[in-house]
Design a protein around this ligand. Sequence first.
Ligand code: FUB
Length: 318
Amino acid sequence: MYLKSLVASATMVLSGSVVAENPLFSHVFTADPAAMVDGDTVWLYTGHDEAPNNDVFFEMHDWLAFSSKDMINWQEHGPIMKATDFQWATGHAWASHMIESQGKYWFYTTVRHDDTKPGFAVGVAVSDSPKGPFKDALGKALITNDMTTQTENDWDDIDPAAFIDDDGQAYLFFGNLVPKYVKLKSNMVELDGPIMPIDLPNFTEAAWVHKRKKQYYLSYACFFPEKICYATSDSIHGPWKYQGILNEMAGNTETNHQSIIEFGGRSYFIYHTGAVAPQGDQPSGGRFRRSVAIDRLYYKRDGRLKRVVMTSEGIQSK
Ligand code: FUB
């Protein structure tokens, strides 16, 4: 059952400041955060873990949306789309990314394709509002397993991360084991050139690109169990300089997946953990029952990132 417009129960008051405890939500399992700043609002899109336990595999059917104007109080908007809304997909609502371009909201996401193009694929949906409703923007997959051949596995084209550079050129980064990127046409639904592999050490999945003061940052899940590593470059095309670990393994889950945003003059690192405690007869959080958490992200003077300190208390209001 879904409660609309529910303010996150994790909000609490500590020493006069309002804080959002980690993980953010305990009434629903949320994974693979994709945050987007849109004016005065942060939109948080997540996968939705529904596995009955932590023993078998992911069970993920749809994607959820939450919004906040202070990153402490979150409004819940419910599912924005399910994997099978892509007619060509069989399910598996894995990691996604939302981006605004030309007044529309483009939702790039991972799903499993039907037998006509076996393997995981990237689809793109569109809406006039960050809340949705979202519909398949293309009527077919944007990227299918047969388009890349660097690895044997059929889940090597997952975890899309869109990025629009200051000159307006859009790119899609994605991949498992081998990171890749490709230019997008200005219509946001067509590739504009070849898919290029990226040379990055220890890459597992979950690419995310952001830019600060002319410097590009490519963060990603590295090793397995996963930590988050990052690399920097003066160009979106690389070469990328490996800068090491940004975040250690998050509690009780071997996957991780990060978003990095700047909002209200502060930088934030958004990730998932397996840290939700058992609720009544519901099993606890874990590797297939993950939950989104947020902590601050800090830069060093030379532009490199300080290692994230994961907290139970979460972030504090100003
Ligand atoms: O949530 C399913 C998959 O696990 C995602 O696509 C990966 O990033 C990992 O978190």
